[in-house]
Design a protein around this ligand. Structure first.
Ligand code: ADP
Length: 591
């Protein structure tokens, strides 16, 4: 309720007022009905039929007005509930978004947390509104029930008790099955997510190429269908059981209404009640029963919604482990001593292998350090630790002698420029694709185009239909797709535009042609003045130009030194270098 209130206070008040109105009107309607019927009965035998009719006319007009107000409230209720629903859903989505960006990267790399995320994103936007609807329905039922119960009490108190008992079994049924459904959904989140994944593979544009080439479409379609069938069947079994139990409890309610009707008719025949009263009591009985049913039904859905909303709260309780220190130190600017990794050991959560094992290395300002090593040797992990996406288990990483845990992680990341291998291709304009690298800059400023020129992206962008204002990618109107190498140039420009002290390029030039690569590296060299640059690459033509080269193997530093030193050492580096060089020579000989 607090959530709904903070999202839409105005609408909440409106809907409360309307619930009261809608709860009271049926009582007024029934009283009018009693008067009308009795006046009609009297009118049949009255000498002045004109006067009787005028009286009845007034009553009917009044009843008509009540009917109109009731209809108006109903339409207004639908409007309020829809408007409120949208406001609340957007509000909750906004909270989910803010939490999604605040939690650690680790949460996205762990299937258990992904389940929490998936459930919250699925249920959170609709459940709060459903709670509001339950609550307004509940208020309305309570008000109308109190009115009807007071009417019925004047008839016979036992009827009041019957009304309550007859509805209870239905409520119990709802509660039991809500809990079952909730448990089932918790258990099956992973399967549900997997079916979403197949759907994504089948419908996402970036997967379309490989899907067609490998002929995977039908296979994935089959997997999706199978998985959905199992999930559907399991869910249906629960719903079916619930419907049967619902039916059984409904039969009891119907029997009670008609039994009581019999009693009322009996009293009327015996002259204890007049016809107007009979109709009023019968109406009251029916309204009381349906209010009671919606009251208990409402309570049950409230319970259910609350149960499902626990997903949202479960998600909201995820806390980033990587806290900012209470009194963060300022990031040294300009950097004087550089970055030092000292005996850094790290293992990803819930894995057995050590990703980094006592890694020590130093990168001075103005220096380009290259990391080389086979896949999975820990190069990217090292960068992730430097950006404080994870904390090392042992050892320290310092900038100018200060442990990076003593900085505010946001400011630390702001002082770094990193492109990972799986850099993003934003479906935004070319200009925005570069500008997001430094959103403090003016989007129209010269710095954007300058960075594009340095990265070799300017030429590509100038060739597009609308230059820098062309949408990249094919998702939106008039978008233009780039080649992988061209995207990479744009990503490089994004890294260049950032005002950073530490620059990291994780295979930045893997898709570039040799000339572009050469130019890009020239610029990286120029950027390195006063800054620390880490370069990860498999191309020795690039690597050899670094000031210092570190060879990583199984998370350990195997060799370190300049190109010449390592060649002289005649170890792993020299072997790998020779291997590539030989292949090149072979190529040129063949030519
Ligand atoms: P490189 O960049 O050298 O190719 P990485 O640093 O990405 O290698 O990976 C080092 C090791 O850590 C690999 O064995 C890899 O399987 C493991 N690894 C990488 N990312 C994760 C992760 N998010 N969770 C668990 N293990 C991971």
């Amino acid at each position: 309720m607090r959530l709904v209130w903070s999202a839409a206070p105005g609408w909440t008040v409106v809907s409360a007022v309307m619930a009261i109105g809608q709860g009271l009107l049926p009582l007024l309607g029934l009283l009018l009905l009693k008067f009308i019927v009795n006046d009609v009965m009297k009118g049949i035998t009255a000498p002045d039929k004109g006067a009787s009719f005028r009286h009845i006319l007034l009553l009917i007009i009044f009843a008509g007005v009540v009917g109109l107000v009731s209809a108006a409230l109903k339409s207004l209720g639908t409007l309020t509930s829809q408007a409120m629903g949208q406001v609340v859903a957007d509000y909750v989505s906004d909270i989910v978004h803010s939490k999604s960006i605040a939690v650690d990267l680790e949460y996205y790399e762990n299937s258990r947390y992904y389940d929490v995320l998936h459930r919250a994103q699925q249920e959170a936007p609709t459940r709060p509104m459903s709670i509001v609807n339950d609550l307004t329905g509940l208020a309305q039922s309570v008000i109308s029930l109190v009115g009807m119960a007071s009417l019925l009490l004047t008839l016979n108190w036992i009827i009041g008790v019957i009304v309550i008992f007859v509805v209870l079994p239905g409520a119990v049924v709802r509660l039991r099955f809500s809990a079952q459904l909730y448990q089932w959904q918790r258990r099956r989140t992973m399967a549900d997510r997997q079916s979403y994944y197949f759907h994504y593979l089948l419908t996402d544009g970036t997967k379309a190429k490989e899907l067609r080439l490998f002929g995977l479409g039908e296979l994935l379609r089959g997997w999706y269908r199978e998985l959905r069938k199992v999930l559907r069947r399991e869910r249906l079994t629960i719903t079916l059981k619930r419907s049967l139990a619902d039916l059984a409890s409904g039969v009891g309610a119907v029997l009670a209404v008609f039994g009581t009707f019999l009693y009322i008719a009996w009293r009327t025949i015996n002259g204890v009640l007049n016809v107007g009263q009979m109709m009023m009591y019968y109406g009251a009985l029916q309204t009381a029963l349906s209010s009671m049913q919606s009251l208990l039904g409402g309570l049950a859905s409230l319970y259910e919604d609350n149960l499902f909303l626990t997903y949202f709260y479960e998600f909201m309780t995820l806390e980033p482990h990587l806290q900012s220190p209470p009194d963060p130190k300022p990031i040294p600017r300009p950097m004087r001593e550089g970055v030092v990794f000292k005996e850094v050991t790290f293992q990803y959560p819930e894995t057995a292998r050590t990703a980094l094992d006592k890694v020590s290395l130093e990168i001075k300002p103005g220096e380009v350090a290259a990391l080389v090593g086979p896949n999975g040797s820990g190069k990217t992990t090292l960068v992730k630790l430097l950006c404080r996406l994870y904390d090392p288990h042992e050892g320290t990483i310092t900038v100018d002698g200060i442990d990076i845990r003593e900085f505010d992680p946001i400011l630390l990341r702001k002082s770094m420029s990193v492109i990972f291998q799986d850099y993003s291709q934003y479906q935004l304009s070319a200009r925005q694709n570069i500008w997001v690298g430094n959103i403090d800059l003016d989007q129209q400023g010269a710095a954007i185009e300058e960075a594009a020129r340095d990265a070799g992206a300017d030429e590509v962008i100038q060739g597009l239909r609308r230059g820098y204002d062309t949408m990249l990618g094919k998702w939106f109107a008039e978008g233009e797709e780039l080649s992988i190498g061209e995207w990479q140039k744009v990503a490089l420009a994004r890294a260049f535009v950032r005002d950073a002290e530490i620059l990291v390029f994780d295979e930045p030039t893997s898709a570039l042609d040799p000339t572009s690569e050469w130019k890009a590296f020239e610029h990286i060299r120029a950027l390195a003045k006063g800054r620390a640059v880490i370069l990860i690459s498999h191309r020795f033509s690039t690597v050899r130009m670094a000031d210092r080269i570190h060879i990583l193997e199984h998370g350990r530093i195997a060799e370190s030194g300049s190109h010449d030193e390592l060649m002289e050492l005649d170890g792993r580096y020299a072997r790998m270098y020779e291997l590539q060089a030989r292949a090149y020579r072979l190529d040129s000989e063949l030519e």
